[in-house]
Design a protein around this ligand. Structure first.
Ligand SMILES: Nc1nc2c(ncn2[C@@H]2O[C@H](COP(=O)(O)OP(=O)(O)OP(=O)(O)O)[C@@H](O)[C@H]2O)c(=O)[nH]1
Ligand SMILES: [Mg+2]
Length: 391
């Protein structure tokens, strides 16, 4: 091809100034031949340094997109225990985009044979009982014993006030520095059902990535304890001494979910009160139905800050696992949980389908109004909407 003289050729060394119409700072990039014609419509313009004039291309360009990983990439990364890939797989699971959900389900199906081998431990307690501090102490202790520990959270309240019980990793700074530890805050969007689903699937991913102990933190303020109870093997209830020797804020219903009770903050001036609270708990436990058949729920004291009693807490967890493995309760619990979990996924899908139905959505505000005004009984209203949905 013969070379055509360029209309606006890039400046060459032989020229004394830039060609007309060229920015004053245009330069010929290295890859453009000296005698290049108009076919090489490339020149480099020096970035504008004066602030506020206009953004340089580098500033306004979106950040480079990460390469999309194939399901094979995820599986291989998780099997290699690559924590960066594990974190991305969890993000995939937490995504609500349909394409992501599809891939997440493929991924879960692939890793399923590598799951189920960990000890799943749930920890609950009223806000401020010291759950995060205790998990950090326990997790660090376990990493010291050579375990690989994943810490997850189920916190549906984070959808209301934006925070997350594990959002402040600062509190687990020591644990997060351990090479064998993996800490993941609560998914921050969705209903309790949605948050629990994501945490449960995250637990499976962590198991496939070789974490042999999974600790799930949940704040003890309502339904979330029941949900976490249904996804772990051993459930630990953390409490603190009240004003007297009594234990603060534990409902009987919650106590009946616990396999191990720990009165935390048994240190300094508080130690005596914590010990008294422990004795009080033991008396109450005597009258309650145990959470796990064949296992008597013990009450212990510990200090997450000094570390006193933390090793004993772990020994008790191990004794629990020993007893439940021998009796077959553990395997039975997991089987029941899998069935229960299937039903809860069905419920969740039905609810979503109902509330996303266009006919239901169109009618819902009118019906709500009619119910609120006393013009329509709730049952009739519910039936009318359900009939619309089934059409
Ligand atoms: N003295 C003493 N203080 C403790 C102990 N454990 C926790 N704390 C303190 O109690 C406060 C709450 O501790 P967290 O670990 O954040 O409690 P939490 O139960 O995770 O709280 P939420 O996640 O907000 O529900 C912090 O100021 C801790 O330093 C303990 O064993 N002894
Ligand atoms: Mg916490």
């Amino acid at each position: 091809m013969s070379e055509q003289p360029a209309k606006n050729p890039p400046p060459s060394e032989h020229e004394h100034g830039p060609a007309h119409n060229q920015p004053a700072t245009a330069e010929r990039p290295d890859w453009v031949p000296d005698n290049a014609g108009a076919a090489f419509a490339t020149w480099v313009v020096e970035g504008v340094k004066k602030e506020g004039e206009f953004a340089s291309p580098a500033q306004s360009a979106p950040p480079p997109r990460r390469r999309r990983l194939s399901t094979d990439d995820y599986v291989a990364g998780i099997q290699k225990r690559d924590t960066a890939i594990l974190a991305r797989a969890i993000t995939l699971i937490e995504s609500s985009a349909a394409a992501h959900q599809e891939q997440a389900q493929q991924l879960l199906a692939r890793i399923l044979p590598d799951t189920g081998k960990s000890m799943r431990v749930g920890i609950t307690g009223i806000p401020g009982a010291g759950k995060s501090t205790a998990i950090e102490a326990l997790g660090t202790h376990l990493c010291g014993l050579g375990h690989r520990v994943a810490v997850l959270a189920v916190d549906p309240s984070s959808t209301v006030h934006g925070g997350s019980i594990l959002g402040d990793k600062v509190r687990m700074e020591k644990l997060s520095r351990q090479p064998g530890a993996f800490i993941r805050p609560s998914p921050s969007s969705g209903s309790l059902g949605g948050v629990a689903r994501k945490s449960r699937e995250t637990m499976l991913l962590c198991e496939a990535a070789g974490y042999d102990i999974i600790i799930v933190e949940t704040v003890g303020v309502g339904q979330s304890e029941v949900t976490v109870r249904s996804m772990v093997d051993c459930f630990l209830l953390l409490s603190i001494a009240g004003a007297g020797d009594e234990v603060q804020g534990i409902k009987k219903g919650i106590m009946e979910l616990a396999d191990i009770m720990v009165v935390n903050k048994a240190d300094g001036d508080n130690k005596i009160r914590a010990m008294a609270a422990r004795a009080e708990l033991e008396r109450v436990l005597h009258y309650l139905r145990p959470a796990t058949e064949g296992w008597t729920t013990p009450a212990l004291t510990a200090s997450a800050v000094t570390g006193d009693g933390i090793a004993k807490v772990w020994e008790t967890v191990l004794a629990f696992f020993d007893a439940c493995r021998t009796s077959g309760i553990l395997a039975e619990r997991r089987r029941k949980q899998a069935i229960e979990w299937t039903h809860s996924l069905i419920r969740e899908a039905l609810l979503a389908d109902f509330y996303h139905d266009p006919a239901v959505n169109a009618r819902l505000p009118h019906i709500e109004q009619a119910v609120a005004n006393g013009q329509k009984p709730s049952l009739a209203a519910a039936r009318e909407l359900l009939a619309l949905w089934k059409k």
